[in-house]
Ligand binder design. Structure first.
Ligand code: CAA
Length: 261
């Protein structure tokens, strides 16, 4: 595939086992046009299959994580085009990644930019970050999960307020609403996200994948089904070498040596 033009990909961390994807379309505040989204999906797919990589961090610039879907690109889209082409349905590729994906958000996370952050597993934010769904201001509604993920995470009242007014919330408010897990000074967000990625990447990739799948089940099913699914996956860990290694290493008071088997 041709080298991406709108994102930058680096391997970072002491063991080079964290991938850092930087959205890099500064003139448009990282508006998520179709080329950028295609490059992002393709990078994520490649990194998901890369055995060296244990976690992926997605970031933007200090000014903007991403200011949403590209408004200029879609202004003249017709209904039949968007409907028959299932416009934006490819965005869900991001939530199919099996490895942990961390969003490191500075600046604007608006519309599709916020939806992209919410598709990630963990969101860290800089103090000046701003989150919102401003689609209503331009005669449309969120189309990549905004109404659903705000509602499930922050509850009905907050979701309605965000989606019906287009008002933005601060990093601290987003944290209080459960969208963000930690807030840092601007320049520390990416290093902290990488540190988090390194911590996750130091665990057994196989077991981490199971933990991610189990947590995600909580958003898809009833509590009863989710608890059953979790317990079955817990049982599955006993079929792995890493469970034997982890528990043996604990008893021998040494660090485990994961095999991802
Ligand atoms: N699409 C296309 N271009 C965008 C963009 C977007 N979403 N957001 C910003 N840009 C462009 C601007 O047009 C401008 O380009 P020019 O220099 O060529 O004029 C450049 O980025 C810088 O933006 P501003 O001059 O507007 O910067 P600002 O600091 O004054 O304002 C802002 C920043 C508040 C984020 C403002 O740019 C803004 O409101 N952007 C649009 C936000 C928005 O409505 N997002 C939702 C999009 S719809 C969507 O995402 C649907 C979905 O659910 C997937």
């Amino acid at each position: 595939a041709a080298a991406p033009e709108m994102i930058k990909i680096e391997k970072v961390g002491a063991n080079q086992n964290v991938a850092l994807i930087k959205l890099n379309r500064p003139k448009a505040l990282n508006a998520l046009c179709s080329q950028l989204m295609t490059e992002l999906s393709s990078a994520l797919q490649t990194l998901d299959a890369d055995k060296q990589i244990g976690a992926i961090v997605i970031t933007g610039s200090e000014r903007a994580f991403a200011a949403g879907a590209d408004i200029k690109e879609m202004t003249n889209n017709s209904f039949s085009q968007t409907f028959s082409g299932s416009f934006l349905s490819n965005w869900t590729d991001i939530s199919k990644v099996t490895k942990p994906v961390i969003a490191a958000v500075n600046g604007f996370a608006l519309g599709g930019g916020n939806e992209l952050a919410m598709m990630c597993d963990i969101v860290y934010a800089g103090e000046k970050a701003q989150f919102g769904q401003p689609e209503v201001n331009i005669g449309t509604i969120p189309g990549a999960g905004g109404t659903q993920r705000w509602a499930r995470t922050a509850g009905k009242s907050a979701a309605m307020e965000i989606c019906l007014t287009g008002n933005r919330v601060t990093a601290q408010e987003a944290k209080d609403l459960g969208i963000v897990s930690k807030v840092y000074p601007v320049e520390q967000v990416v290093p902290e996200a990488i540190k988090l990625g390194e911590k996750i990447a130091s665990q057994s990739p196989l077991i981490v994948q199971m933990a991610k799948e189990a947590v995600n089940k909580a958003f898809e099913t009833t509590l009863q089904e989710g608890l059953h699914y979790e317990r079955r996956l817990f049982h599955v860990t006993f079929a792995t070498k890493d469970q034997k290694e982890g528990m043996t290493a604990f008893a021998e008071k040494r660090a485990p040596n994961w095999k991802s088997e």
